[in-house]
Design a protein around this ligand. Structure first.
Ligand code: CUA
Length: 315
């Protein structure tokens, strides 16, 4: 029996090590017996075969003992499963939206982020869905792996009891950039979290723009530091050119000028249909003119602004 206060992670780990331990014992035991049989019943030591018609107690033993072992494995697996499915009453809820190929985490006050910020000590319930194909939210540190399915709601929960940064992966193959569909859980102190949570947006300048990129989920696919991820980095994007193949097969040079940046942010689907955008860049919902201006300004002139300063403002 497990103590009551064992948390979900420990219960899942217990089931794993319990089954692993039994497997090791069986592997060694069966191998040893098989080896001993090979030696003992070699024809030079056992020249005359024995005809055994049956043994009731041997049959009872190899039926009952394995059944008990398998039932105990089921029991501990069930205990771990129950712990993963039973959300504590004091949990905060975060909505998780998966899409090709990033995560958007939306909080109860409407704040959105592509990184999952949580306060230490408060259980977090994740309500998940997907806007396109099946993905799977995988947070190894909390033993969570839950599919996100279009038009279906799934959930999971975890208890962020230790500060730090923990990996988030997509564990369901979902297309070309599946491997880039990564993020982190950032466990902050309750005070740090409160400061981040209640800070609607940094009000001015680069910090505001970076904060907006975060809010609209852009940073799930586009970096600020010049490295290309799922999409091109937002740094140095302005003025970049690219040969694109139009739906009719002709090719055309696309320039990331101001009108293009505005169109691409406001209505990426139209760009996709027109053959401009090579991959989907979905943002569900409206982008206000004011926010759009700030973001486009940053894209056009952000190169001179320190990115780190922006990050600091955001936190
Ligand atoms: Cu999303 Cu793999």
């Amino acid at each position: 029996m497990l103590p009551q206060n064992f948390d979900a992670v420990a219960k899942v780990d217990f089931a794993f090590y319990y089954i692993f331990g039994i497997s090791i014992v069986l592997l060694l035991g069966i191998t040893a017996v098989a080896g001993w049989f090979v030696y003992r019943y070699h024809h030079t030591r056992n020249p005359k075969a024995t005809d055994i018609s049956g043994n009731l107690w041997a049959e009872v033993a190899w039926t009952v003992i394995p059944s008990l072992i398998v039932m105990s494995m089921f029991y501990y697996g069930w205990v771990g499963y129950k712990a993963l499915r039973t959300v504590p009453d004091n949990a905060m809820t975060v909505k998780v939206t998966a899409r090709m190929w990033s995560w958007v985490f939306q909080y109860e006050n409407g704040k959105r982020s592509s990184v999952l910020y949580v306060p230490q000590g408060t259980p977090v319930r994740l309500d998940m869905t997907s806007v396109d194909v099946i993905h799977s939210l995988y947070i190894p540190a909390y033993r969570i792996k839950m599919d996100t399915v279009p038009r279906m709601d799934t959930y999971a929960w975890f208890n962020p009891d230790t500060q730090g940064s923990y990996d988030i992966f997509c564990a369901e193959y979902c297309g070309m950039k599946h491997a880039n569909m990564i993020s982190t859980v950032e466990v902050l102190t309750p005070d740090e979290f409160e400061a981040w949570y209640t800070d609607a947006n940094a009000s001015e300048g680069a910090g505001r723009a970076v904060s907006l990129f975060e809010t609209y989920g852009c940073l799930g696919c586009h970096s600020l530091d010049g490295t290309d991820g799922v999409g091109p980095s937002l740094k140095n994007l302005y003025g970049a050119t690219r040969q694109v193949v139009m739906p009719d097969g002709t090719s055309k040079e696309l320039v990331a000028d101001e009108p293009y940046l505005r169109r691409a942010i406001l209505d990426p689907a139209a760009e996709l249909t027109a053959g401009y955008a090579p991959v989907m860049m979905p943002y569900e919902g409206a982008v206000s003119e004011d926010d759009l201006k700030v973001m486009v300004q940053w894209l056009m002139h952000g190169n001179q602004v320190s990115i780190d300063a922006g990050r600091d403002l955001m936190m």
